[in-house]
Design a protein around this ligand. Structure first.
Ligand SMILES: NC(=O)c1ccc[n+]([C@@H]2O[C@H](COP(=O)([O-])OP(=O)(O)OC[C@H]3O[C@@H](n4cnc5c(N)ncnc54)[C@H](OP(=O)(O)O)[C@@H]3O)[C@@H](O)[C@H]2O)c1
Length: 286
């Protein structure tokens, strides 16, 4: 594909069974792209593929646990068998856990880095090597987060995985430019997907309680379709970072310039959330 020309190009999408990944698959298909849908919940992928086919698009499904060794090679091989080439790779699979850093076991920390960072990095690196070997242009993207630029209590480890993603994509953007390969990171703000409920449940929290999601200002909550449409715009006209909220983007700059001011806001939030966290800890101990 020539960069920016999407008709008939082929995209591989991890985390396509829900939320941002599913919405992006639909948006890419509407833009004329052929899509490879990857996640663990294959029944959901099949439903999504059926919907895409019903609307005249082309989609194939691949069941993957991105934490499993060798799974990324298998995914890219499956995509190439199905469509002949891979033009776009969207490493989007990921999750959070609403937990204080000191309460996480090293196994939990390593698992989160495995899915969010190591596997996503491996996937786009493998794709980059194939594109270079075939002398083909392409576009590689990762879903990072606004939390790659600042953090909040009880999502600190998650934010660390997202900051790591933002750093490698930024660097790869320049390393791969001489090969005609674009690299972009996506920085959603609070998006209405299964993410926060899953993060609360993983952390042993009551999703109805004082969770991180319930603290997010409602005015900043977005739909996965908003993120998906911004990603397709980035494919048409590549840029380094995809943001869907100028306010949060500007706020991240201010937070980094004046960390003392941000401390005041975070101390208040952390105090309110501590009660729920204690309940979680008690439940874990019992
Ligand atoms: N929602 C937000 O507010 C927000 C904000 C910033 C960034 N993000 C990021 O956006 C990305 C998508 O999240 P979302 O909001 O769309 O949440 P979501 O609805 O929970 O989707 C997460 C996706 O990741 C997949 N996934 C998780 N672990 C996996 C594994 N081991 N192997 C394969 N697939 C796996 C899930 O599929 P299966 O369970 O079927 O495998 C699912 O399709 C994540 O990287 C998240 O960190 C979200």
């Amino acid at each position: 594909m020539a960069i920016g020309e999407l008709q008939n190009s082929v995209a591989v999408i991890t985390g396509a069974s829900s939320g941002i990944g599913a919405a992006t698959a639909q948006a890419m298909s509407r833009a004329g792209m052929r899509v490879v849908l990857a996640a663990r919940r294959v029944d959901r992928l099949r439903d999504l593929a059926a919907n895409i086919h019903a609307n005249g698009g082309e989609a194939v499904v691949f069941e993957i646990d991105v934490a499993q060794a060798g799974s990324n090679e298998q995914l890219l091989a499956h995509a190439t068998r199905a469509f002949g080439v891979v033009d776009v790779v969207f490493a989007n699979a990921g999750y959070g856990a609403e937990m204080a850093v000191h309460d996480m076991s090293m196994t939990e920390i390593r698992e989160m880095f495995e899915v969010n960072f190591f596997s996503a990095t491996e996937l786009i690196s493998l794709a980059a090597r194939e594109m270079i070997a075939q002398n083909r242009p392409g576009h590689l993207l990762m879903t990072s987060s606004c939390l790659s630029k600042f953090t909040i209590p009880y999502l600190g480890m998650y934010a660390a995985t997202k900051a790591a993603q933002a750093m490698v994509t930024r660097s790869m953007r320049f390393e791969l430019a001489p090969h005609g390969i674009e690299v972009s990171s996506v920085h959603p703000v609070s998006t209405a997907t299964e993410f926060f409920q899953q993060a609360s449940l993983r952390g042993g929290m009551d999703p109805q309680g004082k969770t991180v999601a319930n603290h997010a200002p409602k005015m900043f909550i977005q739909t996965p379709e908003q993120v998906a449409n911004a990603i397709v715009r980035c494919l048409r006209k590549p840029k380094s970072e995809v943001w869907t909220s100028l306010a949060v983007r500007l706020a991240s700059g201010i937070i980094n310039a004046f960390p003392g001011m941000y401390d005041i806001a975070l101390r208040k939030q952390a105090k309110e959330m501590l009660h729920s966290q204690k309940k979680r800890l008690n439940r874990v101990k019992n």
